[in-house]
Design a protein around this ligand. Structure first.
Ligand code: CAA
Length: 388
């Protein structure tokens, strides 16, 4: 058992930390207020190789491992969760989904532009009436011989307004239930793809979340991903990896809240000494440190299992469940430690508290994670399997 990052992993963590602290932090409060999309920052993350971290260099990616990806997500998320959710969806849902399940032609056509960040991708599964119950797809893709005709509405789509490529999940044969669902690569420049208004959200406010409407969109047959009927399993497999990205984001929110709290508690004085010297605050800090380390172990282990081609379904669900709870709990504690200062934007913790909530909701709510975990346990998997 090895608990040490290698040199490459340390280097990428440092690079992400420097970028987040020096390039993301200065404008993050303004972007959060105005909901301005972080165009320049996304471009810079593309130049740093953060938009195609898991993509093989032969398709223009950085060819990093999942641990490095988690480290980058954690550092970005200490500061700017609008940027980090864009990175997470791009890497673990869109790029990894295409690389793992797309055919050679699809990979060559789409991955280079996605991995460089030139094109942003979106993952279009959720619908007005299909959130947690993802099999209830109302979007249809009718087989018309040489193409499918796509019709329907997708909700809460991250990068909905800026994306050039969508991975769309749609029902092709209602009679077959989840086995009649397919996944398609759809270019947003095609006729019939319409973007609804930008959502005004509690947190991650400068990421662009939209409703997307598809009306008679002609999708070429060659843009279906995998065998006929593979779409639901595609979504489930991709989301199992995506949960490592969101767990890392939640870890970053918890760790960012903690780092700001420690710094503040050491310099802010009350009753004649720094507040960190008061047990009420010192014990909060001890709890934060412990919960964050526990989440970090779960997140890194899930990433390690994925890197080693081992079963990570239960591990990624546990990592997301624990880290998102830690993010929520400790971002609230961070505001409490900062007192009145914590309630104003300048001190950053109120934004982290608002950003934390979505990590318990997207890419599978905490309740969905508990479905995944308990089903694994009841099938006989009493602990996360760590043998092949
Ligand atoms: N890998 C492979 N196959 C899987 C699988 C997995 N991880 N999970 C399920 N399946 C298969 C099952 O084996 C089954 O296939 P068979 O019938 O052939 O055996 C089929 O899929 C149906 O599985 P279930 O019966 O388990 O399905 P269910 O209806 O009970 O749902 C669920 C299970 C876990 C609740 C699932 O619906 C789910 O994950 N829901 C949450 C969806 C979600 O995460 N949405 C997030 C939206 S994306 C987003 O947020 C992105 C963003 O922009 C940030």
């Amino acid at each position: 058992m090895e608990f040490k990052l290698n040199e490459d992993q340390w280097a990428v963590k440092e690079a992400a930390r420097d970028f987040a602290q020096n390039e993301l932090k200065p404008g993050v409060i303004e972007r959060d207020s105005s909901m301005a999309y972080p165009t320049e920052q996304v471009k810079a993350m593309g130049e740093l190789g953060f938009m195609g971290m898991l993509v093989d260099p032969k398709y223009g990616g950085s060819g990093m491992d999942n641990i490095s990806y988690a480290l980058v997500m954690e550092e970005l998320s200490k500061v700017d969760n609008s940027c980090s959710v864009i990175v997470s969806v791009q890497n673990s849902l869109v790029c990894w989904g295409l690389q793992e399940f797309g055919n050679e032609e699809q990979k060559q056509k789409y991955l280079p532009r996605l991995a460089s960040g030139e094109w942003i991708g979106a993952f279009c599964l959720s619908e007005p009436e299909a959130g947690s119950d993802a099999t209830m797809q109302r979007t249809t893709a009718e087989d018309k011989g040489d193409h499918y005709l796509l019709n329907g509405t997708k909700n809460w789509i991250t990068s909905g307004g800026t994306s050039k490529v969508h991975l769309v999940i749609a029902q092709t044969d209602k009679e077959k239930g989840h086995r009649g669902i397919n996944a398609f690569i759809v270019e947003t420049s095609w006729d019939g793809v319409d973007v609804g208004a930008k959502e005004d959200k509690l947190g991650i406010r400068s990421s662009d979340t939209h409703t997307i409407m598809y009306s008679n969109v002609k999708v070429p047959k060659e843009n279906r991903i995998g065998e006929d009927g593979f779409g639901f399993k595609f979504a489930m497999k991709v989301l199992a990896g995506g949960r490592i990205g969101i767990a890392s984001q939640a870890l970053g929110i918890a760790a960012g809240s903690y780092e700001l709290s420690v710094e503040y508690a050491k310099q802010r004085e009350a009753f004649g000494k720094p507040i960190a010297q008061h047990q009420a605050i010192a014990f909060k800090i001890a709890r934060m440190a412990t919960d964050i380390e526990a989440s970090r172990m779960l997140v890194y282990r899930a990433a390690w299992l994925k890197d080693n081609h081992m079963d990570y379904l239960m591990a990624s669900a546990m990592a997301k469940l624990a880290a998102s709870d830690a993010a929520m709990k400790h971002s609230v504690e961070a505001v409490q430690i900062h007192g009145g200062y914590g309630f104003v934007k300048e001190y950053h913790v109120e934004r982290l508290m608002r950003d934390a909530k979505i990590t318990q909701i997207y890419e599978g709510t905490s309740e969905v994670q508990q479905i995944v975990i308990s089903r694994s346990v009841l099938k006989g998997q009493l602990e996360v399997p760590t043998t092949k």
